[in-house]
Design a protein around this ligand. Sequence first.
Ligand SMILES: [Ca+2]
Ligand SMILES: [Ca+2]
Length: 238
Amino acid sequence: MNRTNRKLAIAFALCATAAIVVCLASPGTGQQRDDRRPPSPGGGEKPEIEDTKRLNVYADNWFSLYINGELIAVDSIAFMPHNVISVDVFPEYPMTIAVMAKDNADFKTGMEYNNTQIGDGGFILKLGDGTVTSKHWKAKSVSRGPIDGDTSNPRVVHEEVPKNWTAPDFDDTSWQAAKEFDERTVRPKGPFYQHDFKGAKFIWADNLELDNTVLFRVRVDSPPDGSTPKTFPILQSK
Ligand SMILES: [Ca+2]
Ligand SMILES: [Ca+2]
């Protein structure tokens, strides 16, 4: 290496070292490290976005979803087009999921499109811990019609939504088992196929057409995929 080249090599090495020092000292990197460690005054590690699970939900036509009694997700489109709601969920076990699902139906006739026809429902979800909708969920129809499918003289039966029905300790033993429906019966629209619902079943109450508002519940004691959930003592003081 001649003298000029040696000078260039030394200059390059100095620049590279300076760059590394600047990089290590940059506020961004330091901030990230501070977010995770040292522990907060409450003690323990803080959960990161990597500790959450993705929840995909598709409802014909609308839903609201609660986990352990807290509202977690609401369908942003009441009727059409049919959409998927996809949110990050921080799972804590045991986990009670409670859902209100609604088919599009006139309150007085149970029909849709200006009372010209009977619409059908359908609900499906998948959580990244392996939780999926199935016949093992509980279901309760609280709005049905038109009774007997009679569109010439439509009658509707509404039941009061039970108090505290989203709470983990709510007694749902009298509810029926959810009924599974084939994908080709529900005929989901395009967005369903753009999200992960593998292993999940469409569910509803007994009648996909006449049951118009359906409550669902399920209790998940541990991650169905067999993974070990991380615990964060910092969250358990609330
Ligand atoms: Ca209907
Ligand atoms: Ca519908």
